[in-house]
Design a protein. Sequence first.
Length: 182
Amino acid sequence: MSYLPLVLQALLLLVVVLAAIFDFRERRVPNWLALGGLLLGVGINFGLSHVSGLVTSLEGLGLAFLIYFPLYLLRGMGAGDVKLMGAVGAIVGPANWLWILVLTSMFGAVMAIILVLYKGRLRRTFQNLGMLLISVRYGQAPYESNPELDVRNEQAVRLPHAISIALGAISFLVVSAIWAPK
């Protein structure tokens, strides 16, 4: 974990908070926000640290796409979430992005459990999890055997993932302010 310059902290906060608001209200993350965050992240990193900043930014972007793009292909994640995490990676770099991924995953898991319990879908969720594991075991896309496992399906229980990303990024900023070397 490394401490981010103030301008990158502000950019990260702005991008993830706006994305969370859009995802909550409209169930999507606008392209202009993700692309703007990505370009500003790359540009600012390059401006602050020249070639090494550019490389770090592109590595963060690449790692985010490497992890999130397969989830999009399997229809377990929306394209806006993939682009948002790419922008986050471009802003913070690969090592910090991994911290944000872990925190995002923890918040996402808690939110998912609350949502499933609230909707009374615990039993169905475990059935879907079993079908997902069977599909993966046989090399099939999970959404092919069960439409509920397709994030594009209106019947599926969907979570506004940008909120989890925002909570993970904000938590990272708080933790890095306390523990990261400056």
